[in-house]
Design a protein around this ligand. Structure first.
Ligand code: 2HA
Ligand code: ZN
Length: 271
């Protein structure tokens, strides 16, 4: 076996294996065609002194943004043009571990290979900077293309604030219990652009963990990558139930307002 930064670092290895497992789910679900989707995880808590002393294996590169809360932070990032299905098998050949330099405006790749991070790095890192800035415990961000949720964004009505959220919550009780902040909506913007990143942060700031990008995909944040995946998974499951009802020829009734209220009180859910 080749040497890896994961060797003798069980906590870091476990975090990276969770990322690989999630990438496999994204592919199996049909949410990650070609190089579709992105994953970045703040792994700073797993970095030991020996790791901090490791030399960079790339040039120092500009992030393209000044992100003051990322000083001393480390991230695992999916590689640009890399496939989720390949990352599932070999996370350290289809992504890399980077550290932010002390000027908070550059990064360098530390391990295992000089795999250039996703072209969406500035947007993902801006979200991590925002999260750390407000003291959030969230360390993972996930972007993917879930079929049924994306399909819903082709309908004007569902793009209105909280229309899709209320519909999806009412399809099956788990949805509100496990995605209690609902689904924020961002109108169509160019993928990878600064405007999309800014609109995403504004929507997260309105208190959503999952943000829908019209006619494109979702962006979710949570404490770890599996939890971010779970939020998208329960929402997409609800969308599938809605569609299954429509396909059987009726408009699904949905849980009543009283049932939803009761659920929120029993589980002590926000909003
Ligand atoms: O990086 O999905 O939107 C691949 C994407 C960009
Ligand atoms: Zn995308």
């Amino acid at each position: 076996m080749k040497h890896s930064i994961l060797d003798n670092r069980p906590e870091l290895s476990s975090a990276i294996l969770q990322i690989a497992e999630t990438a496999g789910y994204l592919w199996e679900k049909g949410w990650a065609e070609r190089n579709g989707g992105n994953i970045t995880v703040n792994i700073t808590e797993y970095v030991d002194e020996q790791m901090k002393a490791l030399p960079a294996i790339s040039q120092t590169r500009a992030i393209g943004a000044f992100l003051p809360h990322l000083k001393g932070c480390w991230f695992y990032c999916k590689g640009t043009q890399k496939r989720m299905r390949d990352l599932a098998r070999d996370p350290m050949a289809n992504g890399s571990i980077i550290r932010i330099t002390d000027d908070c405006a550059h990064y360098e790749i530390v391990a295992d290979q000089a795999v250039a991070p996703t072209s969406e790095l500035p947007s993902h890192l801006s979200v991590h900077d925002y999260l750390l800035g407000k003291g959030s415990p969230y360390r993972a961000s996930l972007h993917t293309h879930p079929i049924e949720l994306v399909a819903m964004t082709h309908c004007r009505k569902f793009m209105e604030k909280d229309v899709a959220t209320k519909l999806l919550w009412s399809m099956i009780p788990e949805t509100k219990a496990f995605c209690p902040r609902g689904l924020g909506m961002v109108p169509y913007l160019m993928p990878g652009g600064v405007e999309l990143a800014e609109a995403t942060i504004r929507t997260i700031d309105e208190d959503y963990d999952v943000v829908m990008w019209e006619k494109h995909g979702v962006f979710a944040i949570d404490t770890d990558i599996m939890s971010a995946f779970d939020q998208i998974d329960v929402l997409n499951k609800a969308a599938q139930i809605y569609i299954a009802g429509k396909n059987m020829g009726f408009e699904p009734e949905g849980m009543s307002e009283a049932q939803m209220k009761d659920l929120s009180e029993t589980f002590g859910l926000p909003k």
